[in-house]
Design a protein around this ligand. Structure first.
Ligand code: NAP
Ligand code: MG
Length: 488
C-alpha cells in the first residue's frame, strides 16, 4: 500500500511532446488504503474492492471500502483539523491550495493516464481538459482565500465546519477539485467520497495533498460504494453535504438530512437541449453537436443530448451529422486519436443499451455508423435517434451515454416550449448568427448554463448548476464559495 507494492503500467501508442521518456511508466499501487488524518490507513472494515479498466476489464488496483466506523474516523480527523485550518491566516490557506494546484500540474501526465485507464475517457480529454481544469480550480480558489471580504463586502464570513463531499465517476479528479478547492479556500475541512468505479485519481490527489504538507486531517478521502456515501450523509458531525450524482440519490440524500441543520448542495442529472437555427454556421454547429453529446462518451450531466434543428435545414444538418459520425473513432482510451472511449462500467453500458432498445420499440429510427468495436471491454457506438417526439422516453429521460435524439422545429416559440419541456434544467446550446436570438433564448430557456455557438466550455471562474430535477446550488466562480460559508 502507499507506494510500497506497486505495478507499472506501460503506456504505448500515446505521445506527449515534452514528457521525459522515463514517465512512460505510470505506477499504480496494487492496494490503496483510506486517506485519513494525513496518511493512508488500512480500513477497519478490512474490506477492499477492485477498480478495473473499462476498456478491457483488467483489475487496476484493490481499494479500501470504508465502513461507518471508517467514515467516523475520517470525520473526527476533519473535526480535529478544523480549528487549526480555519484559524490560519487566510493567505496561508491560499498558499497550500496553490501548492496543490502546482503539484497537480507537475503530475499532470500521470494523472491523465490514470484517469483514462480507470474511467475509460479518451486521453485527449483527460490530458487537455480534466487535469488542467482541475489544477485551474485550485489556482482560482487559492486566489479567493484572502479576498473573501471583497467577495462579500461588509459581511464577516465564517466557514461551516466539516464538509462531506460525494462525487461521481464521469470527471473524477475534476469533480474532486470543484468540491475541494472552494471548501478549503473558505476554511472548511473535508471528507471526500469518490465513485466506486473511478477512485484512483482521488487517491493520487491524496498523495499530492500529503506531499503539499497540508495540515493533517484537513482533507480525508474515503473510498467505497454507495453505503460509504450514505454513512457520510448520516454522520451527525458533518455540517454540509455537497453531492454530484444522480437525481435519485440526490433525492434520497435530501430526505435523509431533512430536519437536521446540515447544509446541502445538489448537482444532479440533465437532458441538455442543443438548438440549431437555419442562420447558424452549419459546419461549425455540427462540430458543436458532436462535441456536445459524444464528449466523454456522453457521460456528461450537461451533455447536449436533445438536438432541435430548424426544419428548413434539418435534412442538410442530419446528413452532415451522419458523415461526421462515420469518422469518429471508438476505441482504446489511451490512443490519442480516439474520439469515443470505453463506457465507464458494465452497469452503465446495460443502461444505455436498455434505452437504445426502448428508443427502437417506441418507433425511433436509429442510426449508428458501421464501426468495429474492440472485443473486450465496454463499448457503444455513437448513436442517433431520428423520428422521435416529446413523449418518447429517450427524449425525456437521461441516458448518460453517446445517444442523441433529433427533433425538428419551425418557430422560436415552438423550440423554447419543447426545450423547456423536460424535468431537468441544467444546460442548453444555441446556434445562430443573430445576437438578438441568443439574448432572447438565454432568458427563456430554463437551464443553469446556456452556451451560444459553442458547447461544453468550462472555466473555474464561471458558476455551474441547475434548476428543477438538476439540483440546486452553484459550483465555480464566486458563486461556488457561498455554499461553504455562513455570515456572522
Ligand atoms: P450516483 O449513483 O448518484 O453516484 C454518485 C455518487 O454517490 C457516487 O460516489 C456513489 O457511490 C454515491 N452514492 C451512491 N448511492 C449513495 C447513497 N445512497 N448515499 C450517498 N452516496 C451515494 O450517480 P453516478 O451514476 O455516479 O453519476 C451519474 C449521475 O451524476 C448522472 O445522473 C449525472 O447527470 C449526474 N452528474 C451530475 C453532474 C452535475 O454537475 N450536475 C455532474 C456529473 C454527474 P458509488 O459510485 O460507489 O455508487
Ligand atoms: Mg475503474
Amino acid at each position: 500500500m502507499d507506494g510500497t507494492d506497486s505495478q507499472e503500467v506501460f503506456i504505448s501508442n500515446w505521445e506527449y511532446d515534452q514528457a521525459p521518456e522515463s514517465q512512460d511508466h505510470i505506477k499504480i499501487d496494487k492496494r490503496y488504503g483510506l486517506f485519513i488524518d494525513g496518511k493512508f490507513e488500512e480500513p477497519k472494515s478490512k474490506k477492499y474492492f477492485q477498480t478495473t479498466d473499462p476498456a478491457n476489464g483488467k483489475v487496476l488496483a484493490k481499494v479500501a471500502e470504508a465502513s461507518e466506523t471508517d467514515v467516523d474516523r475520517a470525520v473526527k480527523a476533519a473535526r480535529k483539523a478544523f480549528k487549526k485550518w480555519s484559524g490560519l491566516p487566510a493567505k496561508e490557506r491560499g498558499k497550500y491550495i496553490f501548492r496543490i494546484a502546482r503539484l497537480i500540474q507537475e503530475r499532470a501526465r500521470e494523472l491523465a493516464v490514470i484517469e483514462s485507464l480507470d474511467g475509460g475517457k479518451p486521453i485527449r480529454e483527460s490530458r487537455d481538459i480534466d487535469i488542467p481544469l482541475a489544477a485551474n480550480h485550485f489556482f482560482y480558489y487559492a486566489g479567493w482565500a484572502d479576498k473573501l471580504e471583497y467577495a462579500f463586502p461588509g459581511r464577516k464570513v465564517k466557514p461551516l465546519g466539516v464538509a462531506g463531499q460525494i462525487i461521481p465517476w464521469n470527471f473524477p479528479l475534476l469533480m474532486a477539485a470543484w468540491k475541494l478547492a472552494p471548501a478549503l479556500a473558505t476554511g472548511n475541512t473535508v471528507v471526500l467520497k469518490p465513485a466506486e468505479t473511478t477512485p484512483l485519481t482521488a487517491l493520487k490527489l491524496a498523495e499530492i495533498i500529503r506531499d503539499s504538507d497540508l495540515p493533517n486531517g484537513v482533507v480525508n478521502i474515503v473510498t467505497g460504494a454507495g453505503e460509504t456515501g450514505a454513512s457520510l450523509v448520516r454522520h451527525p458531525d458533518v455540517d454540509k453535504i455537497a453531492f454530484t450524482g444522480s437525481t435519485a440519490v440526490g433525492k434520497f440524500i435530501r430526505k435523509t438530512i431533512a430536519g437536521t441543520s446540515k447544509k446541502l448542495t445538489l448537482e444532479l442529472g440533465g437532458k441538455g437541449a442543443n438548438i440549431i437555427f437555419e442562420d447558424a454556421a452549419l459546419d461549425q454547429a455540427v462540430e458543436g453537436i458532436v462535441n456536445a453529446i459524444f464528449f466523454n462518451q456522453g457521460h456528461v450531466c450537461c451533455a447536449g443530448s436533445r438536438l432541435f434543428v430548424q426544419e428548413s435545414v434539418a435534412d442538410l444538418v442530419i446528413s452532415k451529422l451522419k458523415i461526421r459520425l462515420n469518422s469518429l473513432f471508438v476505441g482504446d482510451p489511451l490512443d490519442k486519436n480516439t474520439d469515443i472511449g470505453a463506457i465507464n462500467s458494465k452497469k452503465q453500458l446495460e443502461t444505455i443499451r436498455k434505452y437504445i432498445e426502448i428508443g427502437k420499440s417506441e418507433g425511433g429510427q436509429i442510426y449508428q455508423p458501421d464501426c468495429t468495436l474492440p472485443k473486450k471491454g465496454n463499448w457503444c457506438p455513437p448513436t442517433l435517434f431520428l423520428g422521435v417526439s416529446q413523449s418518447h422516453r429517450i427524449v425525456q429521460e437521461e441516458i448518460f451515454g453517446p445517444v442523441l435524439t433529433v427533433q425538428t422545429f419551425r418557430t422560436i416559440d415552438e423550440v423554447i416550449e419543447k426545450a423547456n419541456n423536460s424535468p431537468y434544467g441544467l444546460s442548453a446550446g444555441v446556434w445562430t448568427d443573430k445576437g438578438s436570438k441568443i439574448f432572447h433564448l438565454t432568458k427563456k430557456l430554463k437551464a443553469g448554463v446556456v452556451w451560444a455557438n459553442t458547447y461544453n466550455k468550462f472555466d473555474a471562474t464561471s458558476p455551474f448548476g441547475g434548476y428543477k430535477e438538476s439540483g440546486f446550488g452553484r459550483e465555480g466562480g464566486l458563486h461556488g464559495l457561498k455554499p461553504y460559508i455562513k455570515f456572522e
